[in-house]
Design a protein around this ligand. Structure first.
Ligand code: FES
Ligand code: FES
Length: 158
């Protein structure tokens, strides 16, 4: 039997104390233990960005981070962006610009875009493309995604 380690995370503002095996990733713990499935399980090697979450203000591929490494940290997932059931203007812009097709990549895209706008509220197209370069979209919605981020930035909205 694998020994477990007690960790505490603040996830989307809520404190979570859990026991985890040391080899388990943050993605596994978010999805399987905390039941937040916005971060998607896809390549598991840091290539696609579908599992993107924010840890202590920085985006990470949660498939590459061990949960124990984040002990004491603050985690924001796609589920933590909306307030009181209302989409953020950035999330709404994704819908308005038709950036959502199958939707699989979208939680990761929105989390990365949210972090980008937090750091750079008025990004150029080039900066958006660079900021979201780690998020792949198999549906090829790249232009619509960029348009959504531009629209949200214009409205000074995150
Ligand atoms: S599932 Fe983590 S980067 Fe692809
Ligand atoms: S909307 Fe389908 S993978 Fe991006």
């Amino acid at each position: 039997m694998t020994a477990t380690v007690a960790i505490t995370l603040r996830v989307n503002g809520r404190l979570r104390s859990i026991e985890v095996a040391p080899h388990r990733t943050l993605l596994d713990v978010l999805r399987d233990d905390i039941r937040l499935t916005g971060a998607k399980e896809c390549c598991l090697v840091g290539e696609c960005g579908a599992c993107t979450v924010i840890v202590d203000g920085r985006t990470v591929d949660s498939c590459l981070v061990l949960a124990v490494e984040v002990d004491g940290g603050e985690v924001t997932t796609a589920e933590g962006l909306a307030r009181d059931g209302t989409l953020t203007p950035l999330q709404q812009a994704f819908l308005d610009e038709g950036a959502v097709q199958c939707g699989f990549c979208i939680p990761g895209q929105v989390v990365s875009a949210h972090a980008l706008l937090a750091e750079n509220p008025d990004p150029t197209l080039e900066e958006i493309q660079e900021g979201l370069a780690g998020n792949l979209c198999r549906c090829g919605c790249y232009w619509q995604i960029s348009d959504a981020v531009i629209a949200a930035a214009r409205n000074d909205a995150r």
